[in-house]
Ligand binder design. Structure first.
Ligand SMILES: [Zn+2]
Length: 82
């Protein structure tokens, strides 16, 4: 028996949106319509429950400027309030 329980955080290869994927399925369809092949996509994190995955995803989205968002957009709008 192959143990495919759990949920993974994956990034869409097309729109780069991060989302929770149920690992009991072979693919995850993104909101942009792109089918993410879970066997070929890098799993950013794997957790045992959907709740934990959702929570983790929120944390990762909060810290998104470290990875998935293009950095050159941030340099221009990096204003400090004073
Ligand atoms: Zn997408």
């Amino acid at each position: 028996m192959i143990n495919k329980d759990g949920f993974a955080i994956v990034g869409c290869t097309k729109c780069r949106r991060m989302q929770v994927a149920d690992l009991s399925y072979a693919t995850k369809t993104c909101v942009c319509g792109n089918k993410i092949d879970l066997a070929k996509t890098k799993l950013l994190a794997v957790v045992s429950s959907a709740d934990a995955a959702g929570e983790l995803l929120r944390h990762m989205q909060t810290a998104k400027n470290s990875g998935f968002t293009s950095a050159d957009r941030f340099t221009q709008s990096d204003k400090k309030m004073d």
